[in-house]
Design a protein around this ligand. Structure first.
Ligand SMILES: O=P(O)(O)OC[C@H]1O[C@H](O)[C@H](O)[C@@H](O)[C@@H]1O
Ligand SMILES: [Fe+2]
Length: 193
C-alpha cells in the first residue's frame, strides 16, 4: 500500500484547468500523432502552419504501481479538424487490459470511440452531466465533435497503465469525421489487421 495522504484538488468546471496551479497539464500537439490521422498530408501541413495544441490533461503524481490508488484528473480536448477528422486523443488500451475507466462530461460535446482486441466496436456521445463507463478490455479515444473545448473528468485504477503501441501500430477500426456538418463514424481506411 502506498502512503498517499488525503488531499483536495480544484478543477474548473468549464475550462477543466486546475486553477490553483498545483499541477501542470501534459500537452499533445498534432506533431505528436501525425500518423494517427487518416489524412497525414493535412496533419503535416498543420504542423508546418504552427502545430496546434490538440489536448491537454492532468496526470497527477500518484503511485502507478498500486491497485488501491485511483488516478484522476481532467482532459481538455480542443475543437478543430485535421482534414475532415475531428481533433481526438491518441487513445489507448490499459496495460492491465481488464481495468475500466469512468469519464464525466463537464463542458463541451464529443464522443468516445471504443474497441476491444477481438474487434467489437462502439461509440458513445458525451456532454455535460453525463457519466460514461468504459469497461475493461475496451481501448478508448476521445473526440471533440463540437465547437467548444471538450472537458471531462476521468478516474481509473492506479496501476492500469497505458498501452499505446497496439493503437499506434494498427490504428482504430473506425474514424469520426464531419460529413454534411455532422459527425459520422466511418471505417478507417488505414486500419491494419
Ligand atoms: O493518453 P491519451 O490517449 O493521450 O489520452 C490522454 C488522457 O486521457 C484520458 O483522460 C485518460 O484518462 C488519461 O489517462 C490519458 O492519459
Ligand atoms: Fe484510459
Amino acid at each position: 500500500m502506498s502512503d498517499v495522504k488525503p488531499f483536495v484538488l480544484d478543477f474548473d468546471l468549464v475550462s477543466g484547468f486546475c486553477t490553483s496551479g498545483k499541477v501542470k497539464p501534459t500537452q499533445r500537439r498534432v506533431s505528436d500523432m501525425v500518423a494517427q490521422f487518416a489524412n497525414e498530408t493535412a496533419a503535416r501541413a498543420m504542423v508546418e502552419g504552427g502545430d496546434p495544441l490538440l489536448y491537454e490533461f492532468y496526470g497527477l503524481d500518484l503511485p502507478e504501481d498500486d491497485s488501491g490508488v485511483l488516478q484522476f484528473g481532467t482532459t481538455i480536448l480542443y475543437p478543430g479538424k485535421v482534414g475532415e477528422e475531428y481533433f481526438m486523443t491518441k487513445g489507448h488500451f490499459h496495460t492491465i487490459l481488464d481495468t475500466s475507466e469512468i469519464y464525466y462530461g463537464l463542458s463541451g460535446h464529443g464522443m468516445m470511440l471504443m474497441e476491444t482486441p477481438e474487434g467489437q466496436v462502439d461509440w458513445k456521445e458525451i456532454g455535460p452531466g453525463e457519466a460514461l463507463y468504459v469497461p475493461g478490455r475496451w481501448a478508448h479515444r476521445s473526440i471533440n465533435t463540437g465547437t467548444e473545448p471538450l472537458v471531462m473528468f476521468f478516474v481509473y485504477r492506479g496501476d492500469a497503465g497505458h498501452d499505446y503501441g497496439t493503437i499506434e501500430e494498427k490504428g482504430y477500426r473506425k474514424l469520426v469525421v464531419e460529413r454534411d456538418g455532422k459527425p459520422a463514424v466511418i471505417d478507417n481506411p488505414k486500419w491494419k489487421v
